[in-house]
Design a protein around this ligand. Sequence first.
Ligand code: ADP
Length: 193
Amino acid sequence: MKYRTILLFGAPGSGKGTQGRIIGKIPSFFYFACGDAFRNLRIHDPIGRTFIDYSSRGQLVPDEPTIELWRKTIKAAEVDGSFLPATDTLVLDGIPRNPRQVEILKEFIDVRAVFNLACADTVKMIERLQRRALRENRLDDANLDVIEKRFVTYERETKPVLDCYDAKLVHAIDSTQEPVNVLTNILDIVVTV
Ligand code: ADP
């Protein structure tokens, strides 16, 4: 059985995590943020080291360790009962992040909707990242060069993910709105899928 899934999609700083954390609090939704899973690894974990190596340069972590971490984390949540695939909707943030990850995940997830959090205002997104750098102690948000590289990576490797899904599944959401309005837009659609 494939996991019933919705994807939160968008550039760094577009607000995926803000929305995902809220939606994950609603009963029957289970939130997984790939970046958080990497950051939660122990310092000596080999995947954790790979993560620091790539993310500090604004690059994607290679697909194999990324998918391995995803599978392990989701399986662990199934085992501890926090994720109930029979009744829950999986909310994915930051994965799949390139077309190859889309292909690999196809076997496991049934994507019901893709929310493209679009923010035309790059300056606003960079400001959000720099605020987050201080609040969440994120090194990849602190350095402007790294931020710029992440936007390039997003355009080149991640944006093509949108073309991998049926256009009917992809919903553009204006993420320059206040978070409560972004949430309302998403939930209006979620209840119909
Ligand atoms: P943001 O919210 O800025 O998009 P994330 O917390 O989602 O950042 O990701 C931080 C970093 O973690 C990325 O820049 C990348 O190096 C790595 N990462 C997260 N998810 C993936 C993924 N699915 N594949 C490869 N690398 C990933």
